[in-house]
Structure formats: structure tokens, C-alpha cells
Design a protein around this ligand. Sequence first.
Ligand SMILES: Cc1cn([C@H]2C[C@H](O)[C@@H](COP(=O)(O)OP(=O)(O)OP(=O)(O)O)O2)c(=O)[nH]c1=O
Length: 197
Amino acid sequence: MSQHTTIYLASGSPRRQEILTQLGVDFIQIANHFDETQLAGESAKEYVERVARGKALSAMESSEYAEKLPVLGADTTVVHQGQPLGKPDDLQHAEQLLERLSGQTHHVYSSVVITHGEQLWQTTVKTEVTFSNLSKTIIQNYCRTKEPMGKAGAYAIQGLGGSLITTINGSYTNVVGLPLYETRQLLEQASIKHALV
Ligand SMILES: Cc1cn([C@H]2C[C@H](O)[C@@H](COP(=O)(O)OP(=O)(O)OP(=O)(O)O)O2)c(=O)[nH]c1=O
């Protein structure tokens, strides 16, 4: 099979753009308008996998992108006690999410999908993250930086939020939004050019 040198990235996440750039992938960024509301009766892992597929497929099916290059989409969700915690609606919601995660261990799931025509490749990675005990003042001061906004679980491990975390077990880039090693493997399965092939 011949190699694809350019793909569509169906993501507005600056973190995903940075990680793909780090991998040396040439991409064109496109929007995805997938509705991320949760359906009843699915596990957190099934949820993140469905949303990642939905993001990639909805972007691919858009007639605007008829050229049909491969499309990469991804979703990241923080899961605490089996419940997916998405991005905060506002700063008050961010405080509630951080109160919930304080002193606790949770999991971060990222699922990455590449679609091209009838073909679909998908990988899902889980990382365990443990938070220190957070005082009300620390939570309020952290929220005041606005860093929690737009981040699943209301924190950014790559920013000041990293100072709230005591340990992680598993892939760091998976928490940031795109697991580097597993994404490289997926690119290779889909015959997409990156810096190492
Ligand atoms: C937990 C965590 C999440 N995040 C980010 C990664 C994702 O951008 C975001 C999770 O939301 P997503 O819904 O996965 O992605 P998104 O809406 O930002 O972008 P798109 O759907 O267009 O691809 O949270 C961090 O940047 N750092 C972290 O530590």
C-alpha cells in the first residue's frame, strides 16, 4: 500500500496539534462538530471510543472534505469511579470537578481513530493519575488561572495542574490528549508518513 503524506486532523485541540507535529505528521486541521453527550448504558471506555469514532467519521463524511485523505480524530475523558468527567462548563463547575478528584486516583482514557474510506483503525489508552489533597484555596487559585477550562477533568497535567498530581502510572501524552507511542503505531497501520518512516 502506498504511504499517505498528509492527513486531516479533526480536532481543535492545540495539544493534539502539537503532539502530531512532534511526530512529524503533515496535517490539515479541520473542525469536528460531534455532539459529545453521553448515552446511558455504556462504560466510560465505550463512551470515549464512540466519541472518538464519531469525531473522525463526522468530519470524514462532511462533503467539504471530499478529497478523502485519511482523517484522525481523538477523545480524552477523565474517569472517576466509573463516571466520565468531561470539560467544565464554567469555573464553578471546574471547582466541583477538582474537589471530586482531590486526594483520589482516577483514570484518563484517550481513544484515537484514523478513518480512510471504508477502513478504520482505533486505539484506546488508559493512564492512572493520583491527585494530592487539594485545599479550597489551592482549588480556587488554580481555577482563577482559567487553565482548567477546555480540559477534561478541569486540569492540565502539562501546565500548573501538573503540580497537583503526585503520581501517574502509564502514558503521559495520553493524559495530554494523544498517546505518542500508540498514535505512532496507528499511523503505521494506516500507512501514514511520520518522522520515523
Ligand atoms: C486531563 C487533561 C486533558 N487535557 C485536554 C485534552 C483535550 O483537548 C481536552 C479533552 O477534550 P476533548 O473533548 O477530548 O477534545 P477537545 O474538545 O479539546 O478537542 P477536539 O474534540 O476538537 O479534538 O482536555 C489536557 O490538555 N491536559 C490534561 O491533563
